[in-house]
Design a protein around this ligand. Structure first.
Ligand SMILES: Cc1ncc(COP(=O)(O)O)c(C=O)c1O
Length: 411
């Protein structure tokens, strides 16, 4: 045991993170332990209450009593877990949740996985094999990159294209011909910048080259497009050349991930996804709650909720623009301020925390080296006062760490 720990301590990532921890014993803010959750996104960490700007529960539905009731109903109906892989048996709530998801999304079928990470790790290698091509957006989420590694180990060829450049996709597909099938995998909303890809152009390129798109819309689910159906219906109108991956754990405040597809693809993915077969499913209470959440998204309540979220995003981004801070993304609830250096990024996070605001300070290796960002996750249940307070704290911070003031684009 000791020998293995010694060896692991020598790996470059462990040494690098150890160095950061030594340098910033109080500023690192990773592995945060939250002791209590209060109203309006307040959290208590030790003896300090701060506003949490690090939650993916964008619509605030994690606090909705109807969702809580559904979870309790699920436990009473099914107990705490299913106790078997879905390859053997699924509970009725699973089938109901999948049918309800498909109806909401506008696809023929949907397949639920325990998480989006496991959807990508299972589905991507399941979709491509020898003679096929997987083209991966260079900034795509870690789960897509890891899924691609497994696909490669299984014999698929891999190419890359640049996040916002349809020409680079065209080039990658052209260079890789001939192939039997090609799948183009990308994020619907970049999780680290909040940027949106030029989906219509990428789709046109993919169609010209007989490729299909695989869009991981984890952060777009619930907050983009009509009734929160995500970036694909919004940007393309139709889902007929796309496999859409959505999250149940972020705006939908349940647990899991899903793929919206045809009935035929659902059958194929069940057989071809190792993470579906060789692991347990989403626990029953969450399956029960999915239908409740989708009822809210399909009701008249949704638009006011989305309006409140959009107002909060605007309040924050307009404030940031007034102060000349370099912002990445501004249309979705992930708003990132480019800071740059690792030290400055971690220090900025610490200072904000001291002033009563928790935001994620994201440094290498989650983002490229020296491209550290403060990642602010805006929620519908943030109060306008909290957003104004965060802006004020950021202004104070600007004097201390001087992040670049030039806008660096944004979607
Ligand atoms: C684009 C993207 N894909 C996948 C994930 C992982 O999702 P999950 O927590 O459901 O595994 C994330 C998480 O932030 C994400 O941003």
């Amino acid at each position: 045991m000791r020998r293995l720990a010694e060896v692991l301590r020598q790996t470059s990532l462990v040494r690098y993170l150890g160095h950061l921890e030594e340098q910033f014993p109080t500023g690192h803010l990773k592995d945060l332990l939250i002791d209590e959750v209060g109203p309006d996104r307040m959290i208590r960490v030790g003896d300090r209450w701060v506003v949490n700007f690090g939650s993916d529960s964008f619509l605030g539905l994690d606090q909705d009593p109807r969702v809580h009731d559904a979870l309790l109903r699920g436990i009473r109906r099914w107990g705490t877990h299913s106790g078997a892989s879905r390859a053997f048996a699924s509970i009725r709530s699973n089938a109901e949740a999948e049918d309800r998801l498909a109806r909401w999304l506008g696809t023929e079928a949907a397949l639920i996985y325990p998480s989006v990470m496991l959807a990508n790790l299972g589905a991507l290698p399941g979709l491509v094999g020898r003679s096929d091509l997987l083209v991966v957006e260079d900034q795509a989420h870690h789960s897509i990159q890891e899924g691609a590694k497994i696909a490669r180990a299984g014999g698929a060829r891999q190419a890359a294209f640049s996040q916002e450049d349809p020409h680079s996709l065209e080039h990658a597909l052209q260079q890789a011909r001939p192939y039997r099938c090609a799948v183009v995998a990308l994020d619907g909303v970049s999780s680290m910048s909040g940027r949106l890809p030029p989906l219509a152009e990428l789709d046109a390129v993919a169609r010209r080259h007989d490729a299909i798109l695989y869009v991981d819309d984890a952060h777009g689910t619930g907050v983009l497009g009509p009734r929160g159906r995500g970036i694909v219906p919004e940007a393309l109108g139709s889902l007929d050349n796309v496999l859409v991956v959505g999250s149940l754990s972020k705006a939908l405040s349940c647990a899991g991930g899903f793929i919206g597809c045809t009935g035929e693809f659902k059958r194929l993915l069940k057989i071809r996804s190792s993470t579906y077969i060789f692991g347990g499913p989403v626990p029953p209470p969450y399956l029960e709650a999915i239908c409740t959440v989708l009822d809210i998204l399909d009701s008249e309540e949704y638009q006011p909720l989305r309006d409140r979220l959009d107002r909060n995003i605007r309040r924050l981004t307009e404030g940031l623009a007034r102060f000349g801070l370099a912002v990445l993304g501004s249309l979705v609830p992930i708003v990132c301020i480019l800071v740059g250096g690792e030290e400055e990024t971690l220090e900025a996070g610490r200072l904000l925390f001291e002033r009563g605001y928790y935001v994620q300070s994201v440094a290498f290796p989650a983002v490229p080296y020296h491209a550290g960002v403060l990642r602010i996750q805006v929620n519908a249940n943030h109060s306008p006062e909290a957003i104004d307070g965060l802006l004020e704290a950021l202004v104070g911070l600007r004097e201390l760490i001087s992040p670049p003031r030039r806008p660096v684009g944004g979607s």
